[in-house]
Design a protein around this ligand. Structure first.
Ligand code: 13P
Ligand code: SF4
Length: 355
């Protein structure tokens, strides 16, 4: 399976156990696999009975990732799938803002996120009122909002983007003649994307002409990913010292100083595709720890450096047990006001059109 393809979850308990033993060998002990396989089997059975589809973000824990999702992928891929699915129920094994995006794209469907505690420091780092304030401060600048935001913030925006297409969305708007673009809420993604396309960076609050007005500039906000901001340039040095032959990949939510030192920067899909398609002696990922484990299970011929110190507590809220309960009890349902759905849809549709 490569990301965002149908995994075809196995039908019988024996098949489920076998699939998990193959994918999780050396990652999860066998006795635990056997216990988890029973839960996964119950989820897959219930899912078929209820005509539900399970979407699993690349950061899901390995036992879940390799057993119950019909599709796995990054935020952009899973958003696109939630817009197209014919299932009656979408179970989003990811964080809450991802469930909200699915609800905006498929408002007539029931959307479940297996935990109501699966937040995100970026999504909680900016409010709709903040966006309105910025719009009064920079009235001519379009607002691009990272998909890691809640729907009320998206509703105030012109475009959404993910880490997979942030540079493309910014380039599209600069090509339309805009010289200033507000980009929310991730300071580091804003700085990294601006650098990628040769634009200047301004902090919200800077005068609009802090750089000459004919030079394109991105106006950023001050939120950060509480996981990726912890990686340091010295971590990259330490990996290089110990594994000089490793290709080091990092998510663009890391600081520009880290990104400057790594070999590849990209969304979780970019990292996954790289490991799948590019031969290297080994790979080190600076991102949520489960992702390295998931790729090790998916591509056993690849040597992953397991840098597993940093975990996203929000993503780790989602477990197989919670996913079973979500289906059994139809919880936690994502509900959004129709007015918010209507206003958030256009920027999300625009994001899906620029891929
Ligand atoms: P992707 O969009 O790359 O899947 O990342 C989502 C995320 O939350 C990264 O921290
Ligand atoms: Fe949010 Fe960071 Fe967790 Fe991604 S890793 S969900 S950006 S807190």
């Amino acid at each position: 399976m490569s990301t965002a393809e149908t995994l075809e979850p196995p039908i019988t308990l024996d098949e489920t156990r076998e699939r998990m033993r193959v994918r999780l060998a050396g990652i999860v002990p066998e006795f635990e696999i056997d216990l988890k396989a029973e839960i996964a089997h119950r989820i897959n059975t219930l899912k078929r009975e209820m005509n539900a589809v399970i979407l699993g973000h690349n950061y899901m824990e390995p036992a879940l990732y390799h057993s119950v999702p019909d599709f796995t992928g990054d935020s952009l891929q899973l958003s696109a799938i939630s817009a197209e699915t014919t299932a009656d129920i979408i179970v989003f094994c990811g964080v809450w803002f991802m469930g909200e995006t699915a609800k905006v794209l498929s408002p007539q469907k029931m959307v479940l996120v297996p935990s109501d505690k699966a937040g995100c420091s970026l999504a909680s780092g900016v409010s709709a009122a903040d966006v309105r304030l910025l719009k009064t401060r920079y009235p001519d600048a379009p607002v691009v909002t990272y998909v890691n935001t809640y729907a009320e913030v998206k509703a105030e925006s012109d475009y959404c983007c993910t880490s997979g297409n942030a540079g493309k969305v910014l380039s599209h708007l600069f090509a339309l003649g805009h010289k200033r673009i507000i980009f929310l809420p991730d300071e580091y993604l804003a700085r990294n994307s601006a650098a990628e396309i040769g634009a200047a960076y301004l902090s919200a609050g800077d005068p609009i002409d802090a750089v000459p007005m004919d030079k394109p500039a991105v106006i950023g906000w001050n939120a950060r990913c509480e996981v990726h901001e912890l990686f340091k340039p010295s971590d990259v040095d330490a990996i290089r010292k110990q594994y000089p032959d490793a290709v080091i990949l990092a998510h663009p939510e890391c600081s520009p100083e880290v990104i400057a030192k790594v070999d590849i920067s990209g969304s979780t899909k970019v990292m996954s595709d790289y490991v799948e398609n590019t031969d290297a002696p080994r790979y080190a990922l600076l991102t949520e720890c489960s992702m390295g484990d998931n790729l090790a299970g998916q591509f056993p011929h690849r040597e992953m450096v397991r840098a597993c110190g940093l975990r996203c507590k929000h993503m780790n809220e989602i477990t197989l047990e919670d996913t079973l309960e979500a289906l059994e009890q139809r919880k936690y349902q994502v509900e959004l006001r129709p007015e918010i759905i209507a206003r958030a849809k256009q920027p999300i549709d625009r994001m899906l059109a620029i891929r």
